[in-house]
Design a protein around this ligand. Structure first.
Ligand SMILES: [Zn+2]
Ligand SMILES: [Zn+2]
Length: 182
């Protein structure tokens, strides 16, 4: 989805709301999107720049890094980006690194004055992905010896007393680690 921000850059408009709803490509290996990415984005003029803000949400299909089970997880992620025109000031000497200012973090908009919201959503989604997905907090994963899924209970290799969360007198299990579902 590309939209023009020429009116905003020119100062003929102060703000613009955009309803975003798109099916995006899988953002990473073993990560799928089970819902479209959707949410409301707001474009506002800020001086000579245009600022894009908002929140997008989707539901991820992930692979647990411990037990390899597939599971779904809702994801809500912020979108913040700033855009400005490409300004080529004739005769201006190139600036050194020491002279970098806030404008260097502004995404330059080409002559068509449009921005690609799909690409922006994709980049922000990738930044928001969980680094080591787990089907639940404290997932015990697979037994390194026999490969049994320890979520289903202890395997023959180890007595139940060695299972995570079964430590005798070893303090309270972490919040939310109780098995509230099967
Ligand atoms: Zn797991
Ligand atoms: Zn085992």
């Amino acid at each position: 989805m590309r939209i023009s921000i020429g009116e905003l850059l020119a100062g003929r408009r102060a703000a613009q709301r955009v309803a975003f709803c798109e099916d995006l490509e899988p953002p990473a290996e073993d990560v799928f999107l089970t819902r479209p990415v959707q949410g409301e984005l707001l474009l506002t003029r800020a001086g000579r720049a245009v600022v894009l803000t908002g929140h997008l949400r989707t539901v991820l299909g992930l692979l647990c890094g411990a037990c390899l089970a597939r599971f779904e997880q809702a994801l809500d992620f912020p979108v913040v980006e700033e855009f400005g025109r490409v300004v080529t000031a004739a005769g201006e000497p190139p600036r050194s690194a020491a002279e970098l200012d806030a404008e260097d973090f502004v995404v330059k908009v080409g002559p068509d004055e449009s921005i690609d919201l799909t690409e922006i959503a994709r980049q922000h989604l990738i930044l928001a992905l969980p680094i080591s997905p787990r089907c639940r907090e404290g997932c015990p994963g697979l037994c390194p010896e026999c490969g049994a899924d320890l979520n289903a209970g202890p395997c023959a290799c180890r007595p139940a007393s060695e299972m995570p969360g079964h430590r005798a007198g070893g303090g309270r299990p972490a919040e939310g680690s109780e098995r509230s579902w099967v």
